[in-house]
Design a protein around this ligand. Structure first.
Ligand code: ADP
Ligand code: GN1
Ligand code: MG
Length: 385
């Protein structure tokens, strides 16, 4: 399979694309700019303005996204999941007296009524733009006023899990099969090593060896799920801190976004991914490894925020594995970055040479840090459970 990790070329006609959606009456397309820092989809912020002729400047914002169909082989199934989940969450927000326009994503229907449009083989969708909120980057969570964004983001992810727990059947689609399965990610690394299609293996022996030494742990989490000892739940599977919007005025975790990987699986994977991203002391692609590591202080904030909501629904065995899941998710994402580096950067968007190798190194350094502090991590979890 060939994959592209870049914006489609030639650049798409964003006005035409946007106008295949049900733009509110009285408004017209004004502009679209590339937006955000996601590694997968192409995201644009679209502005529409009132065409009432009085130049009042009334405008509305939207998020227009091209779904990466190399990553998501069945985009229609992704959209079926997203439509169900967003509707369900909006109902929950309404029921607790919240504001669904800011606390939930909603899809603007296409002219034909579907929640997405297919244009020249690309799948596009439009969301409400959530203003007055910040998507914090990994390693840069300064801000958030009087509240701590790490704690608030963790609570928002737990609330998300709680909100989708009673999603009516049928079971959601697995939008990327075996997505969070570390053993599967291990096999992908081994295939990439064997093929060594770009001749890069010799340049990352140390990283590869680091991974291979940890093979024994790879199936622990999926074994717990498959044997039924840990229940299958609806999980988000991409709970990095930039995937929650934090309210600029209240500092509260407002809305969980990036729902493409919401699927049945392990709740504790989400906790682990949140830890990976929110306890980092530097950016995900930091090249100075002396800056990279795991902050126990942020870990405690995250545990506190997450368990303040999730204590209510997690089983004892899930809680017992929270610290382990944190290590394993960082490891799994490290494996994925390293594999993509070996394959020639075909999955994650990159903007410089060795970008995926740099990312792999930060993850593996984090894993090493977490291993050293593992017992302390377990003690912190126990304290808040
Ligand atoms: P990707 O899968 O590529 O990460 P995301 O859905 O996470 O795509 O979107 C990329 C970025 O766009 C987010 O990190 C966030 O900054 C911004 N974003 C996405 N959806 C919204 C929204 N509805 N309102 C405001 N900002 C958004
Ligand atoms: C991707 O889409 P984005 O940038 O939020 C990836 C996640 C990784 C993450 C690493 C569908 O997330 O799995 O954990 O990068 N998303 C997909 O930053 O593969
Ligand atoms: Mg994202």
């Amino acid at each position: 399979m060939t994959m592209t990790a870049t914006v489609p070329s030639p650049s798409p006609n964003l006005r035409n694309i946007f106008e295949t959606f049900q733009v509110p009456t009285g408004y017209a397309f004004k502009s679209a700019d590339l937006y955000g820092s996601g590694h997968i989809n192409d995201t644009y912020r679209v502005r529409v303005v009132a065409n009432d002729g009085d130049d009042s400047g009334k405008s509305l914002l939207y998020i227009l996204q091209r779904i990466n169909h190399e990553v998501f082989a069945r985009p229609a199934e992704v959209m079926e999941n997203v439509a169900r989940v967003t509707r369900h969450i909006a109902e929950k927000v309404r029921a607790r007296g919240g504001d669904p326009a800011r606390e939930a994503l909603s899809l603007l229907p296409a002219q034909d009524g579907r929640p997405y449009a297919v244009i020249h083989g690309n799948y596009w969708r439009v969301y409400n733009f959530i203003s007055g909120a910040t998507s914090y980057e990994i390693g840069d969570d300064s801000g958030g006023g009087h509240r701590n964004p790490v704690k608030e983001a963790a609570a928002a992810f737990a609330r998300f899990q709680h909100d989708v727990a009673d999603l009516p059947p049928p079971r959601l689609h697995e939008t990327i099969p075996s997505f969070g399965d570390t053993a599967h990610r291990f096999r992908q690394l081994e295939r990439a090593l064997e093929a060594d299609s770009r001749g890069r293996a010799a340049g990352c022996r140390e990283e590869v060896e680091f991974c291979l030494r940890r093979r024994a742990d790879a199936s622990t989490l999926t074994d717990l799920l498959e044997s039924g000892r840990i229940p299958e739940r609806v999980a988000h599977y991409d709970t990095k801190i930039s995937n929650v919007l934090v309210d600029d005025s209240t500092g509260e975790g407002l809305c969980v976004i990036d729902l493409d990987t919401v699927m049945p699986g392990l709740a504790i994977y989400d906790f682990g991914d949140a830890v990976r991203a929110a306890t980092a002391t530097a950016a995900e692609d930091e090249t100075d490894l002396s800056k990279v590591g795991f902050s126990m202080e942020k870990f405690e904030l995250l545990v506190d925020g997450y368990l303040s909501v999730a204590n209510e629904f997690l089983t004892d065995l899930e809680i017992d594995h929270l610290a382990f899941a944190s290590r394993m998710v960082s490891f799994t994402i490290g494996l994925r970055f390293l594999t993509d580096y070996l394959n020639g950067d075909v999955y994650f968007k990159t903007s410089r040479q060795n970008h995926n190798l740099d990312r792999a190194r930060t993850q593996l350094k984090t894993v090493a840090d977490m291993e050293v502090r593992f017992e302390e991590m377990k003690t912190v979890v126990k304290k808040h459970a």
